[in-house]
Design a protein around this ligand. Structure first.
Ligand code: NDP
Length: 508
């Protein structure tokens, strides 16, 4: 490792997993297809690594084209015949609630699995990821019985005296392939599965290759909840093989993807051949704008959380800070102090506040960005390095003296790295905030309502938080402007992603 990237921080040893998690890790590699746990036709395996130690903790199946074919056949059969299409919305609601209850019952095991697989602390998983997942299934369960169409008045002419009764219905879009990333593995699976199931679709979920474990445990709970065979299929494996095969498969009706903008573009192109429905929740480089009249202490806390929550591996992370010149030094000093006080360590250690990044690849990527920032003239206020211990840690980092054209300012780093810039003229700040190809989110910090209401409409982003950052709710639409994707998850918008509108025009 480059000497400038070394850190003196002490890292504790990862505690042993609980008996329940140890048992789960020993279950053999398998795929969930048609309600059965089956081997992959490829017989290939993918290693699952604990990012706190760099050691293999399990292996999972590497699904290939033949497995994708089987899963699509199972999902199509479940969509077209059998119990699922015959179920009432209220019966789908009951199944989703039962699943949420099972998530609650197994919350401790799920939190621990998420921690040893992703690197986040078990504590965070237990207060954010797992209850968020439970609540998401509960919220979407309610939508199953609330999907409606409209009665339409028409003015169809041409036939004297003819009358028409016209209405719309919303019908499930069909077989959905859902490809999710590694930053919130269980919660991202819920964001995809829950609205699709509420709408009556069938699903093939592909978790990220680094973080398949909670998806597999969720598969067990889906069977236990009583979902009919084939309604949810789970394929572990690689994006470029299993993922790409799903996207290209003519038997899939819709692709829902969360991940990088580069892969989102590939998926969108490939899905065009069969004109699949596509929704894409992609990257971000979200601005945090602190005005001179903000509650500076609240803004410091909020901006720290905006970038360091989940180790910065958050699509809507507040990774570009713009603080007014009059408060810039105070804000940067405050965030740097917060960064220095964060205790790094393994996710199962209760003392840990920030775990490792998800993989060696991600650690190298993030350290590479920090190095590129240095080379292009940025100064490191704090952090910038990695402890020498095993495990993929990166220190929470604040970079100053950055320029708009630097890679660290333009590209999504997806790690705990903040770039801080000052601004003078509040009339120029919207243009600075919008100076990015992304448009996922932003936050503005001000006590002046007039300032807030003037800036919010100027920001080109799917979510703008005011005096807060990173808060999401199942009822609040979430998605991107510009190259942060299209389609909105959550709420009614998510149901719209998983339904087609049918117009029925009846001559009466
Ligand atoms: P990717 O976008 O590559 O991965 C997201 C998901 O897509 C994974 O399940 C992946 O599988 C799958 N995938 C990859 N290639 C294809 C393909 N050709 N067809 C279909 N599916 C595919 O993200 P990475 O994990 O590679 O992370 C790289 C960078 O992406 C990060 O550093 C970060 O900047 C950004 N990112 C952004 C996220 C966001 O929410 N905005 C989330 C995750 C990453 P597999 O795991 O096998 O690659």
């Amino acid at each position: 490792m480059n000497a400038s990237l070394a850190s003196q921080r002490e890292i504790a040893k990862q505690p042993e997993p609980s008996p329940a998690v140890a048992r789960f890790l020993k279950r053999g590699p398998r795929l969930l297809i048609g309600g059965e746990w089956v081997e992959s036709k490829s017989k290939q395996l993918v290693s699952v690594i604990d990012p706190a130690t760099g050691r293999e903790i399990a292996t999972v199946a590497d699904a290939d084209q033949a497995d994708v074919d089987r899963a699509v056949v199972a999902a199509r059969a479940a969509f077209e015949k059998g119990p699922w299409p015959e179920m009432t919305p209220a019966q789908r609601e009951v199944l989703l609630w039962r699943l949420s209850d099972l998530i609650e019952k197994n919350a401790d095991e799920l939190s621990e699995l998420e921690s040893v697989n992703n690197g986040k602390t078990k504590f965070m998983a237990s207060i954010i990821d797992v209850p968020g997942t439970r609540n998401y299934f509960r919220y979407m369960a309610g939508w199953a019985t609330k999907i409606t169409g409209d009665t339409i008045s028409t003015s169809i002419g041409g036939i004297p005296g003819a009358k028409f009764h016209t209405y719309t219905s919303r019908e499930p879009v069909g077989v959905c392939a859902q490809i999710v990333p590694w930053n919130f593995p269980l919660a991202m699976a819920a964001w995809k599965l829950a609205p699709a199931l509420a709408a009556g679709c069938t699903c093939i979920l592909k978790p990220a290759e680094q973080t398949p474990l909670t998806a597999l445990r969720l598969g067990e709970l889906i069977i236990e909840a009583g979902f009919p065979p084939g309604v949810v299929n789970i394929l572990t494996g690689l994006g470029e093989t299993a993922g790409a095969a799903l996207v290209a498969h003519p038997g899939v009706d819709k692709i829902a993807f969360t991940g990088s903008t580069s892969v989102g573009k590939l998926i969108n192109k490939s899905a065009t051949d069969t004109l699949k429905r596509v929704s894409l929740e992609l990257g971000g480089k979200s601005p945090v704008v602190i005005f001179p009249d903000a509650d500076v202490n609240a803004a410091i806390g909020g901006a720290s959380n905006a970038i360091f929550f989940n180790h910065g591996q958050v699509c809507c992370a507040g990774s570009r800070l713009y603080a007014h010149r009059s408060v810039f030094d105070q804000v940067v000093e405050g965030i740097s102090g917060a960064a220095r006080s964060i205790k790094l360590g393994p996710g199962l250690d209760p003392q840990t506040q920030m775990g490792p990044l998800v993989s060696k690849e991600q650690q190298d990527r993030v350290l590479g960005y920090i190095e590129s920032g240095r080379k292009q003239g940025a100064s490191v206020m704090t952090g910038g390095g990695a402890p020498s211990n095993p495990g993929y840690y990166v220190e929470p980092t604040v970079l100053v003296n950055v320029k708009p054209e630097m890679r660290v300012v333009r590209e999504e780093i997806f790690g705990p790295v903040l770039v801080a810039q000052r601004f003078d003229d509040i009339n120029e700040i919207a243009a600075m905030a919008n100076d990015t190809e992304y448009g996922l989110s932003a936050s503005v910090w001000s006590k002046d309502l007039s300032t807030v209401h003037r800036i919010v409409p100027k920001i080109r982003a799917g979510t703008v938080w005011v005096n807060c950052h990173n808060f999401v709710d199942p009822n609040m639409p979430f998605g991107g402007f510009k190259q942060s994707g299209f389609g909105r998850e959550h709420g009614r918008s998510a149901i719209e992603l998983y339904t087609e509108i049918k117009s029925v025009c009846m001559a009466i």
